[in-house]
Design a binder for this molecule. Structure first.
Ligand code: FAD
Length: 399
């Protein structure tokens, strides 16, 4: 009796695709990853890894590698955009591991990506190959590539991001939605700032029409910032474009001087339009499914896009790993999406709602919100001000 493990082809070697590939190899599946970029890499920016993602990174043996360069913040702090007054402070270091079963890390994306690549093992990686879409014939799913070739497998996973070609093949050409937010991303060398200028925290400056998050990465050598601002129009054709520190300073004119000082110390920054989509009722068709931004692109306001992609990859792998000879794939993919969609949809919609709370225009509404923050910090000092316990406490490795 044959007991062939299943063959899976993953489109996209981003954070989600790589996490899925490692988890699939752990399950004994044959794995091919196809990536359009000629070289693997990630943008020069930071990423927050919350305990729910770190529990998966631990199961994939990636956490020790990430720790080498990660920074662990002392707390989440919320600050008033103008006065700099602290509105809330939730302890992280020394608390999150006890409450949620793992650490909270700040990591440079390139370092996380590198750590994931280190654990790919003997998964086959094909770079410089652009995916056009998928086709299915009987029990074979086939990934079509721009060079005219195809990769056949028992299962195709679309981990090819917000512009996913795999998604287009199975869901149709629904366009992502401009959310009315743009953001600047930049890195500041710590050496360019006065000593102790930036707190070892996940700091969130809350203002009218925008917010700014900053934190340390690269073992504390750099400060990463993401500055979000509401705008009615995005005229650029591309989704990201080089910007200038002058434009950034002009947008945040009138904000706290301490924050502006951090902006001034950056050498260059990029401007991004923030897009998302509504939650989908299904991610799978036959032997093809989606994960990460291909399935549920979201606003970064809960810092969960990559974390959800990592969770997706792990849960998908544990579902597929049980199968032999390509039998039972369709049912397994339905079980996977039924488990994941309620959680990722809640995070997608929660990220939108959080934007509304963080960008209040009316001073009266901000005062009421800040009072709520203070009361909550007073009554339950260890719980997160933004009520994220249900996100951080989740453990995909036990699901
Ligand atoms: C400003 C900002 C801050 C964020 N901060 C956080 C955070 O702190 N924490 C967090 O968890 N998330 C955060 N996110 C979200 C996170 O970056 C994304 O959700 C995450 O990167 C999605 O991973 P992915 O693997 O699904 O997709 P992607 O990272 O987009 O990877 C897709 C991969 O597929 C490849 N690809 C695309 N098309 C093709 C094709 N046709 N053929 C072959 N290959 C293809 C791409 O080259 C890429 O390598 C943030 C996002 C933004 C914009």
């Amino acid at each position: 009796m044959s007991t062939r493990p299943i063959k899976v082809v993953v489109a996209g070697a981003g954070i989600g695709g790589l996490a899925a590939a490692i988890a699939l190899r752990q399950q004994g599946c044959e794995v091919v990853v196809v990536e359009q970029a000629a070289e693997l890499g990630e943008v020069g920016a930071g990423v927050q890894m919350s305990p729910n993602a770190v529990k998966v990174l631990r199961a994939l043996a990636v956490e020790p590698l990430v720790r080498e360069t990660a920074c662990e913040p002392l707390a989440f702090t919320g600050r008033d955009w103008k006065s700099g007054r602290v509105l809330y402070r939730t302890p992280i270091k020394g608390t999150f591991e006890r409450l949620y079963g793992a650490h909270y890390y700040h990591v440079h994306r390139a370092d996380l990506h590198h750590a994931l690549c280190e654990r790919l093992g003997d998964a086959e990686l094909r770079v410089g190959q652009r995916v056009l879409g998928v086709e299915q014939h009987g029990e074979v799913a086939s990934l079509k590539l721009a060079d005219g070739s195809a990769v056949e497998a028992d299962v195709v996973i679309g981990a090819d991001g917000i512009h996913s070609a795999v998604r287009r093949s199975i869901v149709g050409d629904d366009k992502p939605r401009f959310t009315g937010n743009i953001c600047w991303r930049g890195m500041v060398p710590v050496a360019a700032l006065p000593k102790g200028h930036v707190e070892l925290a996940s700091s969130n400056w809350l203002g009218p029409k925008g917010h700014v998050v900053h934190y340390y990465v690269r073992g504390g050598a750099m400060v990463n910032f993401v500055a979000v601002y509401e705008t009615d129009e995005w005229k650029e054709e591309s989704w990201s474009t080089p910007s200038s520190v002058d434009e950034l300073l002009q947008t945040y004119s009138g904000w706290n001087e301490e924050l502006l000082r951090t902006f001034r110390a950056t050498e260059r920054c990029f401007k991004w339009a923030l897009y998302d989509r509504d939650p989908l009722p299904h991610w799978s068709e036959g032997r093809v499914t989606l994960l990460g931004d291909a399935a549920h692109p979201m606003l970064p306001f809960l810092a969960q896009g990559a974390a959800m992609a990592i969770e997706d990859g792990y849960e998908l792998a544990t579902t597929l790993g049980k199968l032999r000879d390509g039998v039972g794939v369709e049912a397994a993919l339905i079980a996977y999406e039924q488990r994941r969609i309620p959680r990722t949809s809640r995070v997608q919609l929660g990220a939108r709602a959080r934007g509304t709370t963080m960008h209040l225009r009316s001073p009266w509404a901000r005062m009421k919100r800040n009072l709520g923050f203070m009361l909550r910090s007073f009554r339950k000092p260890e719980t997160t001000t933004h009520r994220a316990e249900w996100i951080y406490g989740y453990d995909a490795t036990q699901a």
